[in-house]
Design a protein around this ligand. Sequence first.
Ligand SMILES: O=C(CO)COP(=O)(O)O
Length: 251
Amino acid sequence: MGRKFFVGGNWKCNGTTEEVKKIVTTLNEAKVPGEDVVVVVSPPYVFLPFVKSLLRSDFHVAAQNAWVSKGGAYTGEISAEMLVNLDIPWVILGHSERRQLLNESNEFVGDKVAYALSLGRKVIACIGETLEQRESGSTFAVVAEQTKAIAAKVSNWDNVVLAYEPVWAIGTGKVATPAQAQEVHADLRKWVHDNVSAEVAASVRIIYGGSVNGGNSKELASQPDVDGFLVGGASLKPEFVDIINAATVKN
Ligand SMILES: O=C(CO)COP(=O)(O)O
């Protein structure tokens, strides 16, 4: 089954109204191979309705997080119900910055993924090892454990994209080599094959994140198990359009 290339832009905690307008204008004017790529941008919560109202209709928006269960007395959080209400189709969950800085556990992330899916949201679920874990040879054990906690709660994978983001590559300029990315993506796909199903393994998109830019995206995209990207810093710049256009190497 063909896996449509997927490029997400995670703006993280960046942007002013003026900057947001500028990014969206660049995206709206961009020429991209629309039939070959899904594009999703993820502004901070406060800009979500604004971006959605300005953004071209063939691109989509994602929240950067959502609460683990029904909304209520959770100061500072936003709920999946709100994403439904505002018609925000996608949500990023389990980003390493939240796992590390806010102590989100594998189980908590699994619960969040399940809850967002239960409300019809599409999820970009993030996994990835730290430098220490890679250097100690436990990369795949870590990634498998994170994926297992998600798989334990998910019965339908149609609305899940897995984002492999090695922590040592995020915001460091130290991108994984195409071979390093391919190795983990292939191992992950095998894990899904063995632990979920052959069908899901063939159809689930596994995207790479960590210092992706306009210069390295084509070579990464040429790897057979790299189905797209989750882009941080470069998604705030015009080169995000070049990254979207890396989808053409799949043809
Ligand atoms: O964390 C990331 C995307 O979610 C990657 O960030 P950078 O592209 O800035 O390394």
